[in-house]
Design a protein. Structure first.
Length: 350
């Protein structure tokens, strides 16, 4: 989402999975100044020292720089902070999103405003005052706490369940393996669909992926939900593949209400036909990134191959998310990739 700092435009991700605001050190150096350790509240330094917020991987302390904050404007609305920005290297996010990511607006920023999302019109509304709930078909209370993320109560068919955090910074839902086993033990259907490569601030890593069916929001069945496995001990988080099921939804922090309209809420995430990760480097779309294992790629593709076109259409870095979907779900025999490797172009049919 676009924000303004000191009159200049920046690109931040609204990430409720991050407890505080993170900023890329390259961007921060141009608009703020680094703070010495003595100027950072001790409780905050201790708290950040225990964080594992970037796609479930541990935040390394030698990565962190604390930066003096500036007011962040979203349209006419202003977000401020009582604690420093947490500076890290977000270059892996640039590779994953296809454009430069200046920072992550975390849960502390999220709580300061009210947020309305329209998945049909593809718009985001931000209000200082709580909006009327009259235009929404349903509202459900959510939980929140210091250093955490908003969480909804998710049930299984047998009535058991518990809170799952909302992570707007994650494309997919994430659960530790012990939670996935609990889902299975209590009646949910869990299908193992293989390993996926993911990119985080700490590099590239592989995770097991599942299709989980049997979760409910109140009396509404969610349907088949693609879920990545995380490290043991963490909580389960609902990513954008959950939030995309709503036509419209709003978070109202002052009331701790999640309100929504959903004509076709129950839906099944499809099973991917192939696993091809993409990244952006030096303005080019790559198969990979280059340090990805080739074992997970279809025959004929290698990490670092430049993707030139798909089914005859030239590709652009800004299309990376749509291309990921196209590569994963296009039926066999209907996908033709033009790639370049060491200066030579070739065609791969999948």
């Amino acid at each position: 989402m676009p924000v303004t700092i000191d009159g200049k435009p920046y690109h931040f991700i609204l990430d409720t999975g991050a407890p505080y605001t993170f900023i890329d050190n390259r961007s921060a150096a141009a608009l703020s100044k680094a703070l010495p350790s003595k100027d950072v509240p001790e409780y905050f330094r201790d708290y950040v020292g225990g964080l594992a917020v970037i796609d479930g991987t541990a935040l390394k302390q030698d990565q962190v720089v604390y930066w003096e904050t500036r007011p962040i404007q979203i349209g006419a609305r202003t977000i401020s902070s009582s604690v420093p920005w947490i500076g890290v290297d977000l270059s892996m996010f640039d590779m994953s999103y296809g454009s430069h990511v200046d920072g992550l607006l975390g849960a502390n920023a999220f709580r300061q405003l009210n947020w309305g999302f329209d998945n049909v019109a593809h718009t985001l509304a931000v209000w200082s005052q709580p909006p009327s709930t009259a235009g929404y078909e349903r509202c459900a209370p959510y939980e929140d706490a210091f250093g955490s993320s908003p969480s909804l109560n998710i049930l299984l068919a047998n009535g058991n369940g518990g809170p799952m955090k909302i992570d707007t910074g994650s494309t997919f839902t994430v659960s530790p393996l012990d939670h996935i086993q609990i889902f299975k033990d209590q009646g949910a259907t869990v299908e193992d669909i293989g390993k996926f490569s993911r990119m985080s601030a700490n590099g590239v890593y592989e995770v097991d992926s599942y299709l989980v069916d049997g979760l409910h929001l109140g009396d509404l069945p969610i349907g088949q939900l693609q879920t990545f496995a995380s490290q043991e001990g963490g909580g389960s988080t609902l990513g954008m593949n959950f939030l995309s099921r709503f036509d419209r939804f709003a978070f109202i922090p002052s009331e701790m209400l999640f309100c929504f309209n959903a004509r076709h809420f129950t839906r099944n995430d499809p099973k991917p036909l192939r696993l091809i990760e993409l990244s952006v480097e030096s303005g080019h779309l790559l198969i990979g990134p280059v340090n990805l294992s080739s074992d997970s790629l279809p025959e004929g593709l290698e990490p670092g191959d430049v993707l030139v076109s798909v089914n005859g259409k030239p590709v652009e870095p800004a299309d990376i998310e749509a291309l990921r979907h196209q590569l994963a779900y296009t039926p066999s025999g209907q996908l033709e990739l033009q790639i370049e490797r060491e200066g030579t172009q070739s065609t791969i049919k999948l």
